[in-house]
Design a protein around this ligand. Structure first.
Ligand SMILES: [Zn+2]
Length: 108
């Protein structure tokens, strides 16, 4: 009976500390987020190289630093993104065209 009571107390204490730890963690996260937002207000507007994340001038376009590897990498990404966009429109277009043709031949 005594042992059971103690175990129950320990379990309660465990639950409490877990809850406290969770609350402390969430509080810490909030303060960190506040710190980050304050920091971002302090620095003047700029952008980052999309490849290596180096801070670069706000009006640099494309958004890459002067590193040739980054420029090359960015070009590769851009071309693959363009290809993806084309396919995104081309495939449904072809599908619609095929359905349309089927409907036309079926109706005739
Ligand atoms: Zn870079």
């Amino acid at each position: 009976m005594i042992v059971l009571g103690r175990a129950d107390r320990i379990a309660t204490a465990g639950r409490r500390t877990a809850k406290e730890a969770r609350e402390a963690a969430s509080k810490r996260r909030q303060t960190e987020r506040q710190k980050v937002s304050q920091k971002s207000l302090e620095v003047r507007p700029h952008r980052h190289c999309v490849v290596c994340w180096t801070p670069i001038s706000i009006d640099s376009d494309p958004a890459v630093c002067n590193d040739s590897a980054c420029i090359e990498n960015n070009e590769k990404r851009e071309s693959s993104r363009k290809r993806l966009t084309i396919m995104l429109y081309l495939f449904p277009g072809i599908a619609i065209l095929l359905i349309f043709l089927q409907l036309m031949s079926g109706g005739a």
